[in-house]
Design a protein around this ligand. Sequence first.
Ligand code: ASP
Length: 320
Amino acid sequence: MTTRRKFIQVGALASLASFTKAWGKPTSKVSKPVVISTWNFGVGANAEAWKILANNGRALDAVEAGARVPEGDPKESSVGLGGLPDRDGRVTLDSCIMDEFANCGAVACLEHIVHPVSVARKVMEKTPHVFLVGEGALKFALEQGFKKEKLLTKESEKAWKEWLKTSQYKPVANIENHDTIGIVALDAKQNLSGACTTSGMAYKMHGRVGDSPIIGAALFVDNEIGAATSTGVGEEVIRIVGSHLVVELMRQGNSPQQACELAVARIVKNQPQKSREIQVGFLALNKNGEFGAFALQKGFTYAVYSNEVPNKIFEAKSYY
Ligand code: ASP
Protein backbone atom coordinates (compact mmCIF):
# COMPACT_ATOMS: atom_id res chain seq x y z
CA MET A 1 0.00 0.00 0.00
CA THR A 2 1.33 3.45 -0.82
CA THR A 3 1.31 5.44 2.35
CA ARG A 4 0.49 9.11 2.18
CA ARG A 5 4.03 9.94 3.19
CA LYS A 6 5.48 7.83 0.40
CA PHE A 7 3.09 9.35 -2.08
CA ILE A 8 4.21 12.86 -1.16
CA GLN A 9 7.86 11.89 -1.50
CA VAL A 10 7.34 10.32 -4.92
CA GLY A 11 5.36 13.33 -6.05
CA ALA A 12 8.09 15.70 -4.95
CA LEU A 13 10.80 13.67 -6.64
CA ALA A 14 8.87 13.36 -9.87
CA SER A 15 8.24 17.07 -10.13
CA LEU A 16 11.78 17.80 -9.09
CA ALA A 17 13.20 15.53 -11.77
CA SER A 18 11.27 17.31 -14.47
CA PHE A 19 12.34 20.72 -13.25
CA THR A 20 15.99 19.95 -12.89
CA LYS A 21 15.85 18.52 -16.39
CA ALA A 22 14.10 21.60 -17.71
CA TRP A 23 16.41 24.21 -16.20
CA GLY A 24 19.28 22.18 -14.86
CA LYS A 25 21.14 25.03 -13.18
CA PRO A 26 23.10 23.57 -10.30
CA THR A 27 22.86 25.42 -7.03
CA SER A 28 25.88 27.65 -6.53
CA LYS A 29 27.92 27.56 -3.35
CA VAL A 30 30.13 30.20 -1.76
CA SER A 31 31.90 30.49 1.57
CA LYS A 32 30.42 32.52 4.41
CA PRO A 33 29.76 35.35 4.86
CA VAL A 34 27.45 35.95 1.92
CA VAL A 35 24.58 38.29 1.13
CA ILE A 36 22.16 37.96 -1.76
CA SER A 37 19.38 40.31 -2.75
CA THR A 38 16.80 40.88 -5.44
CA TRP A 39 17.16 42.94 -8.63
CA ASN A 40 19.97 45.21 -9.75
CA PHE A 41 19.46 47.55 -6.81
CA GLY A 42 20.65 44.60 -4.74
CA VAL A 43 24.20 45.68 -5.62
CA GLY A 44 23.97 48.87 -3.55
CA ALA A 45 22.21 47.00 -0.75
CA ASN A 46 24.81 44.21 -0.74
CA ALA A 47 27.68 46.69 -0.64
CA GLU A 48 26.31 48.22 2.55
CA ALA A 49 25.52 44.82 4.06
CA TRP A 50 29.01 43.58 3.21
CA LYS A 51 30.64 46.31 5.33
CA ILE A 52 29.03 44.64 8.34
CA LEU A 53 29.48 41.02 7.26
CA ALA A 54 33.15 41.47 6.37
CA ASN A 55 33.76 42.78 9.89
CA ASN A 56 32.32 39.71 11.55
CA GLY A 57 29.01 41.52 12.04
CA ARG A 58 25.59 39.99 12.49
CA ALA A 59 23.49 39.03 9.46
CA LEU A 60 20.54 40.88 11.00
CA ASP A 61 22.42 44.19 11.05
CA ALA A 62 23.68 43.54 7.53
CA VAL A 63 20.26 42.93 5.98
CA GLU A 64 18.76 45.97 7.68
CA ALA A 65 21.62 48.19 6.52
CA GLY A 66 21.31 46.76 3.01
CA ALA A 67 17.56 47.24 2.74
CA ARG A 68 17.90 50.86 3.83
CA VAL A 69 19.88 51.72 0.69
CA PRO A 70 17.09 51.45 -1.92
CA GLU A 71 14.60 52.69 0.70
CA GLY A 72 16.49 55.96 0.93
CA ASP A 73 17.11 56.36 -2.80
CA PRO A 74 14.50 58.70 -4.35
CA LYS A 75 15.34 57.33 -7.79
CA GLU A 76 14.09 53.82 -6.92
CA SER A 77 10.42 53.96 -7.77
CA SER A 78 9.39 50.71 -6.11
CA VAL A 79 10.87 51.02 -2.61
CA GLY A 80 10.71 53.65 0.15
CA LEU A 81 11.28 57.31 -0.71
CA GLY A 82 10.20 57.95 -4.32
CA GLY A 83 8.14 54.75 -4.46
CA LEU A 84 5.13 54.93 -6.77
CA PRO A 85 1.93 55.66 -4.83
CA ASP A 86 -1.38 53.85 -4.59
CA ARG A 87 -4.28 54.98 -6.77
CA ASP A 88 -5.12 57.73 -4.27
CA GLY A 89 -1.63 59.17 -4.60
CA ARG A 90 -0.45 57.88 -1.21
CA VAL A 91 2.91 56.13 -0.82
CA THR A 92 2.30 53.18 1.52
CA LEU A 93 5.20 50.96 2.49
CA ASP A 94 5.44 47.30 3.52
CA SER A 95 8.44 45.71 5.20
CA CYS A 96 9.59 42.89 7.44
CA ILE A 97 12.71 41.49 9.03
CA MET A 98 13.61 38.13 10.63
CA ASP A 99 16.63 36.93 12.57
CA GLU A 100 18.38 33.66 13.47
CA PHE A 101 16.20 33.13 16.56
CA ALA A 102 12.93 33.32 14.59
CA ASN A 103 12.36 36.79 16.01
CA CYS A 104 10.52 38.87 13.47
CA GLY A 105 8.84 42.23 12.98
CA ALA A 106 6.75 43.80 10.25
CA VAL A 107 4.91 46.94 9.19
CA ALA A 108 2.37 47.38 6.44
CA CYS A 109 0.64 50.32 4.80
CA LEU A 110 3.04 52.62 6.61
CA GLU A 111 3.12 56.20 5.31
CA HIS A 112 5.62 59.07 5.69
CA ILE A 113 8.57 57.03 6.98
CA VAL A 114 11.62 56.55 4.75
CA HIS A 115 12.94 53.40 6.43
CA PRO A 116 10.12 50.96 7.16
CA VAL A 117 12.63 48.11 7.58
CA SER A 118 14.02 49.86 10.65
CA VAL A 119 10.51 50.35 12.02
CA ALA A 120 9.92 46.61 11.46
CA ARG A 121 13.05 45.90 13.47
CA LYS A 122 11.79 48.12 16.29
CA VAL A 123 8.46 46.25 16.24
CA MET A 124 10.49 43.06 16.63
CA GLU A 125 12.69 44.38 19.41
CA LYS A 126 10.51 46.81 21.33
CA THR A 127 6.99 45.40 21.27
CA PRO A 128 5.33 42.14 22.25
CA HIS A 129 3.94 42.00 18.68
CA VAL A 130 5.11 40.99 15.24
CA PHE A 131 3.05 43.19 12.94
CA LEU A 132 1.81 46.80 13.06
CA VAL A 133 -0.16 48.42 10.26
CA GLY A 134 -1.30 51.82 9.01
CA GLU A 135 -1.94 54.53 11.59
CA GLY A 136 -0.75 52.33 14.44
CA ALA A 137 2.54 51.62 12.69
CA LEU A 138 3.03 55.33 12.01
CA LYS A 139 2.23 56.29 15.60
CA PHE A 140 4.74 53.71 16.85
CA ALA A 141 7.40 54.89 14.38
CA LEU A 142 7.02 58.51 15.51
CA GLU A 143 7.21 57.44 19.16
CA GLN A 144 10.44 55.64 18.32
CA GLY A 145 11.91 58.86 16.93
CA PHE A 146 11.46 58.31 13.19
CA LYS A 147 10.76 61.54 11.29
CA LYS A 148 7.66 62.17 9.23
CA GLU A 149 8.67 62.89 5.65
CA LYS A 150 7.09 63.39 2.26
CA LEU A 151 7.72 60.22 0.26
CA LEU A 152 5.98 61.25 -2.96
CA THR A 153 8.66 62.80 -5.16
CA LYS A 154 8.00 65.09 -8.12
CA GLU A 155 8.74 62.19 -10.46
CA SER A 156 6.45 59.69 -8.76
CA GLU A 157 3.67 62.28 -8.53
CA LYS A 158 4.05 62.98 -12.24
CA ALA A 159 3.89 59.24 -13.05
CA TRP A 160 0.77 58.87 -10.90
CA LYS A 161 -0.96 61.81 -12.60
CA GLU A 162 -0.17 60.26 -15.95
CA TRP A 163 -1.58 56.94 -14.73
CA LEU A 164 -4.78 58.67 -13.61
CA LYS A 165 -5.59 59.43 -17.25
CA THR A 166 -6.35 55.75 -17.89
CA SER A 167 -6.46 54.42 -14.31
CA GLN A 168 -5.77 50.88 -15.45
CA TYR A 169 -4.23 48.64 -12.84
CA LYS A 170 -1.81 46.35 -14.60
CA PRO A 171 1.37 45.00 -13.01
CA VAL A 172 4.02 44.82 -15.74
CA ALA A 173 6.64 42.08 -15.38
CA ASN A 174 10.14 43.47 -14.75
CA ILE A 175 9.04 47.05 -15.34
CA GLU A 176 9.43 49.49 -12.52
CA ASN A 177 5.80 49.67 -11.51
CA HIS A 178 6.65 47.13 -8.88
CA ASP A 179 9.71 45.33 -7.42
CA THR A 180 10.93 44.72 -3.94
CA ILE A 181 14.25 44.41 -2.25
CA GLY A 182 14.44 41.06 -0.54
CA ILE A 183 17.81 40.46 1.09
CA VAL A 184 19.13 37.39 2.94
CA ALA A 185 22.54 36.90 4.51
CA LEU A 186 24.67 34.27 6.21
CA ASP A 187 27.25 35.77 8.56
CA ALA A 188 30.70 34.59 9.63
CA LYS A 189 29.17 32.89 12.69
CA GLN A 190 26.94 30.95 10.28
CA ASN A 191 23.76 32.70 11.33
CA LEU A 192 21.06 33.68 8.85
CA SER A 193 18.75 36.70 8.68
CA GLY A 194 16.61 38.41 6.09
CA ALA A 195 14.67 41.58 5.31
CA CYS A 196 12.20 42.69 2.70
CA THR A 197 10.91 46.17 1.86
CA THR A 198 8.76 47.73 -0.86
CA SER A 199 6.25 50.37 -1.82
CA GLY A 200 4.28 47.51 -3.36
CA MET A 201 2.38 47.41 -6.60
CA ALA A 202 2.06 50.88 -8.10
CA TYR A 203 -1.49 52.22 -8.13
CA LYS A 204 -2.79 49.44 -5.88
CA MET A 205 -6.02 50.06 -3.94
CA HIS A 206 -5.42 52.10 -0.83
CA GLY A 207 -4.93 49.65 2.03
CA ARG A 208 -3.68 46.82 -0.19
CA VAL A 209 -0.93 44.82 1.46
CA GLY A 210 1.26 42.53 -0.60
CA ASP A 211 3.52 39.65 0.34
CA SER A 212 6.50 41.81 1.31
CA PRO A 213 5.67 42.41 5.00
CA ILE A 214 4.22 38.94 5.57
CA ILE A 215 6.53 36.56 7.38
CA GLY A 216 6.40 33.28 5.50
CA ALA A 217 5.25 34.89 2.26
CA ALA A 218 8.03 37.24 1.12
CA LEU A 219 10.53 36.29 3.79
CA PHE A 220 11.33 33.33 5.96
CA VAL A 221 14.41 32.39 7.94
CA ASP A 222 15.05 29.14 9.75
CA ASN A 223 18.55 29.18 11.12
CA GLU A 224 18.84 25.39 10.96
CA ILE A 225 18.00 25.26 7.27
CA GLY A 226 18.12 28.47 5.26
CA ALA A 227 16.41 31.68 4.26
CA ALA A 228 14.24 32.70 1.33
CA THR A 229 12.70 35.86 -0.06
CA SER A 230 10.49 36.83 -2.98
CA THR A 231 9.55 39.58 -5.36
CA GLY A 232 6.77 40.01 -7.89
CA VAL A 233 3.01 39.95 -7.72
CA GLY A 234 2.51 39.51 -4.00
CA GLU A 235 -0.98 38.03 -4.19
CA GLU A 236 0.44 34.92 -5.88
CA VAL A 237 3.23 34.59 -3.32
CA ILE A 238 0.79 34.88 -0.42
CA ARG A 239 -1.42 32.14 -1.91
CA ILE A 240 1.43 29.62 -1.62
CA VAL A 241 3.12 31.16 1.47
CA GLY A 242 6.10 31.22 -0.85
CA SER A 243 9.21 31.83 1.24
CA HIS A 244 8.13 29.44 3.97
CA LEU A 245 7.47 26.88 1.25
CA VAL A 246 10.97 27.36 -0.17
CA VAL A 247 12.58 26.89 3.26
CA GLU A 248 10.48 23.80 3.98
CA LEU A 249 11.41 22.35 0.59
CA MET A 250 15.07 22.84 1.53
CA ARG A 251 14.37 21.09 4.85
CA GLN A 252 13.10 18.12 2.84
CA GLY A 253 16.47 17.86 1.13
CA ASN A 254 16.07 20.07 -1.92
CA SER A 255 18.87 22.43 -2.87
CA PRO A 256 18.06 26.17 -2.77
CA GLN A 257 17.80 26.13 -6.57
CA GLN A 258 15.43 23.17 -6.61
CA ALA A 259 13.34 24.68 -3.81
CA CYS A 260 12.88 27.94 -5.76
CA GLU A 261 11.93 25.98 -8.89
CA LEU A 262 9.34 23.93 -7.03
CA ALA A 263 7.78 27.03 -5.45
CA VAL A 264 7.47 28.74 -8.84
CA ALA A 265 5.96 25.54 -10.26
CA ARG A 266 3.35 25.64 -7.49
CA ILE A 267 2.25 29.09 -8.70
CA VAL A 268 2.02 27.81 -12.27
CA LYS A 269 -0.07 24.86 -11.10
CA ASN A 270 -2.43 27.20 -9.21
CA GLN A 271 -2.67 29.81 -11.95
CA PRO A 272 -1.71 28.27 -15.31
CA GLN A 273 -3.06 31.18 -17.33
CA LYS A 274 -2.28 34.13 -15.08
CA SER A 275 1.23 32.89 -14.36
CA ARG A 276 2.15 33.58 -18.01
CA GLU A 277 1.47 37.29 -17.61
CA ILE A 278 3.01 38.15 -14.27
CA GLN A 279 6.39 37.97 -12.61
CA VAL A 280 7.30 36.23 -9.36
CA GLY A 281 10.86 35.42 -8.35
CA PHE A 282 12.35 33.59 -5.39
CA LEU A 283 15.84 33.69 -3.89
CA ALA A 284 17.09 31.11 -1.42
CA LEU A 285 20.24 30.69 0.64
CA ASN A 286 21.01 27.74 2.87
CA LYS A 287 23.10 27.30 5.97
CA ASN A 288 26.09 26.07 3.91
CA GLY A 289 26.26 29.11 1.64
CA GLU A 290 24.49 27.43 -1.27
CA PHE A 291 22.08 29.74 -3.06
CA GLY A 292 19.56 29.56 -5.86
CA ALA A 293 17.02 31.71 -7.69
CA PHE A 294 14.14 31.11 -10.03
CA ALA A 295 11.31 33.15 -11.56
CA LEU A 296 8.21 32.80 -13.66
CA GLN A 297 9.52 35.04 -16.42
CA LYS A 298 12.92 35.92 -17.79
CA GLY A 299 14.50 39.09 -16.48
CA PHE A 300 14.63 38.46 -12.73
CA THR A 301 18.07 39.58 -11.62
CA TYR A 302 19.73 39.25 -8.24
CA ALA A 303 23.03 40.31 -6.72
CA VAL A 304 25.46 38.14 -4.78
CA TYR A 305 28.32 39.32 -2.56
CA SER A 306 30.79 36.88 -1.01
CA ASN A 307 34.56 36.52 -0.90
CA GLU A 308 34.44 34.60 -4.20
CA VAL A 309 31.75 36.71 -5.89
CA PRO A 310 32.39 40.39 -5.29
CA ASN A 311 28.90 41.78 -5.76
CA LYS A 312 27.88 40.40 -9.12
CA ILE A 313 24.49 40.50 -10.79
CA PHE A 314 23.04 37.24 -12.11
CA GLU A 315 19.90 36.58 -14.08
CA ALA A 316 17.74 33.80 -12.68
CA LYS A 317 16.48 31.01 -14.89
CA SER A 318 12.75 31.09 -15.46
CA TYR A 319 9.78 28.80 -15.95
CA TYR A 320 8.65 30.51 -19.16
N1 ASP B 1 5.94 41.80 -4.00
C1 ASP B 1 5.60 43.19 -4.09
C2 ASP B 1 4.13 43.37 -3.80
O1 ASP B 1 3.33 42.55 -4.19
C3 ASP B 1 5.93 43.84 -5.39
C4 ASP B 1 7.15 43.33 -6.13
O2 ASP B 1 8.06 42.77 -5.55
O3 ASP B 1 7.23 43.48 -7.33
O4 ASP B 1 3.79 44.35 -3.21
